[in-house]
Design a protein around this ligand. Structure first.
Ligand code: FAD
Length: 288
């Protein structure tokens, strides 16, 4: 077993709510997070990419950066948008002082469910990453990784090759899709290491706020839900205290196993929740 890491780093992912009232609530949420000194707050972006969505996203990123003085990472998707549009979004964030982005393709919105690059857009994420790094070498760029494979991936090998391309293009680290069994991440990390892939791998962990909804999301994202979780949450009221305690137990078990195996960076999909995230941060800060 590896020695415990010296220090634990974690990023917290939030999504921009659709209303101003929701944004105000989000600002209260993120100000509650600041006490725990997260390394970065990351802000997701809806793949639709309409002009008002872009402005709204930029505004939320700005407001969080201003209110927290923490580094903020803007998620930026390149599907359905021209290179000029994506580049303009990056320019805007750079002007605002944002020095971290999560560079993504984004989910497919076409009726046939297949990915068609925008005719004037980046063909794939590696091209997008390379372009950002060329224009702004100091921009820290994270990309997505999939310990259980991406739903569109034809083979595991294809996924590894694709991830390698993103790293070769200049990505500074990989934030993973969520998973529940920590050994899935550890085996994936071993496979990447065996292939000589060296980069910062940050496991993504999703607090189980509502087990049924989590299962539906996991199915969409190709994340296995171990059967013991179904047994644990069977008949448990998602709004009750038992559900929250069980969810906290699951998270602390996952994190302990990962830390015991040398992991020191974590990415939490907070779903804009405060309760579990706050308890998790209190526990992490006190325990490590
Ligand atoms: P890519 O890295 O380009 O591809 C993902 C996978 O698709 C590859 O691993 C590969 O297996 C397969 N693939 C790629 N090219 C091909 C090809 N030519 N043929 C066959 N298969 C191929 N979505 C949003 O809309 N907004 C967000 O803010 C957002 N944040 C995310 C944050 C994280 C940490 C993660 C893990 C995902 C996030 N997503 C977000 C979801 C992401 O956009 C989707 O998973 C999307 O389907 C793929 O994006 P990607 O950047 O991983 O794409």
């Amino acid at each position: 077993m590896n020695a415990l890491p010296d220090h634990i780093h974690f990023s917290l992912e939030v999504f921009p709510p659709k209303t101003e009232k929701g944004v105000q609530k989000l600002m209260e949420t993120v100000s509650a997070y600041t006490a725990f000194d997260p390394s970065i707050i990351t802000v997701t972006f809806g793949a639709g990419g309409a002009e008002d969505a872009l402005l709204y996203h930029r505004d939320v990123v700005r407001r969080i950066a201003h209110a927290t003085h923490l580094p903020v990472a803007a998620h930026i998707t390149c599907a359905n948008r021209s290179c000029a549009e994506v580049d303009a979004a990056i320019d805007g964030f750079w002007e605002d002082g944002v020095r971290y982005i999560v560079a993504l393709r984004g989910d497919i919105l076409t009726p046939d469910g297949l990915y068609h690059p925008h005719p004037e857009g980046y063909f794939m994420v590696p091209d997008f990453v390379a372009a950002v790094k060329k224009r702004y070498p100091a921009m820290q760029v994270f990309v997505a990784g999939y310990p259980e494979g991406h739903p569109e991936s034809p083979t595991e090998d294809f996924d590894f090759v694709h991830l390698q391309r993103k790293i070769d293009a200049g990505a500074d680290g990989v934030l993973t899709q969520f998973f529940f069994d920590p050994d899935i991440f550890l085996r994936w990390r071993d496979k990447l290491e065996a292939r000589g892939m060296r980069t910062l791998l940050v496991p993504g962990l999703l607090p189980i706020l509502n087990f049924q909804k989590t299962c539906a999301l996991a199915q969409k994202c190709r994340a296995q839900v171990p059967s013991f979780l179904a047994q644990m949450f069977d008949g448990v009221d998602p709004d009750g205290l038992d559900h929250k305690l069980l969810a906290m137990n699951v998270l602390s078990h996952q994190i302990t196993r990962l830390i015991e195996n040398g992991v020191s960076h974590f990415h939490f999909y907070t779903m804009n929740d405060t309760l579990l995230t706050r308890h998790l941060c209190v526990w992490l800060r006190a325990a490590y």
